[in-house]
Design a protein around this ligand. Structure first.
Ligand code: URA
Length: 211
């Protein structure tokens, strides 16, 4: 597993406002959107492109375009949905699939309650969106889901990760596939409720208000 921490003052600034408990949902959503676009720039560094011939107003030249099959962006519901626009702003031609996963608050295991993904993901670059990589259970379940459909190149874009969760993902993935994790920051630890510390609280609740 490859870990990339986006080390940039703008990322750190936006993350600080996100963490602040007084930041209300509308500002929180806007900042998540902006942060994800910055993270998407890093996450797509190795996106597949093909060479194309074009003619500029001055001369013929060669450039690149995104290759087929198009990348697949998969927000993990519910909180990952808040990251979708920020990601597709940079990858407007990507296809979008959905995975509904919830962690059982007692066992902390991930339960899949919905999915809308192509059956065959061979050769597809997949970008999973999940703001909080806490225990790693949800992300491992989501990666396993994509690998079972043939994906071998998966990048997870997260706002925050806990060291414990990163270790779980690294161990679970092994050398089965190329998996990258792109985060705005790696925090200190998990607390006894499996929340990231210092973290930002429940990302879904902060994005959408408590339901
Ligand atoms: N999910 C969240 O929304 N926040 C955490 O800190 C951990 C998991």
């Amino acid at each position: 597993m490859r870990l990339h921490v986006a080390d940039h003052p703008l990322v750190a600034h936006k993350l600080t406002v996100l963490r602040d408990e007084t930041t209300a949902s509308p500002t929180f959503r806007l900042l998540v959107d902006e942060l994800v676009t910055l993270l998407a720039y890093e996450a797509t560094r190795h996106v597949h492109v093909k060479s194309v011939d074009i003619v500029t107003p001055v001369t013929a030249t060669t450039g690149v375009k995104l290759a087929d099959p198009r990348p697949l962006v998969v927000p993990i519901l519910r909180a990952g949905l808040g990251m979708l626009d920020g990601m597709t702003r940079l990858l407007p031609t990507a296809e979008v699939g959905f995975l509904g996963m919830q962690r059982d608050e007692e066992t902390l295991e991930a339960i899949t309650y919905a999915e809308r993904l192509p059956d065959d993901l061979s050769g597809r670059q997949c970008f999973l969106l999940d703001p909080m990589l806490a225990t790693g259970g949800t992300l491992v379940a989501a990666i396993d889901f994509l690998l079972a459909r043939g994906a071998r190149d998966v990048t997870a874009v997260c706002l925050l990760a806990a060291p414990e969760g990163l270790a779980v993902v690294e161990k679970a993935v092994g050398d089965r596939a190329e998996v990258s994790v792109v985060v705005a920051a790696v925090d200190e630890r998990l607390n006894d409720k499996a929340y990231i510390v210092p973290g930002l609280g429940d990302a879904g609740d902060r994005l959408y208000g408590v339901v």
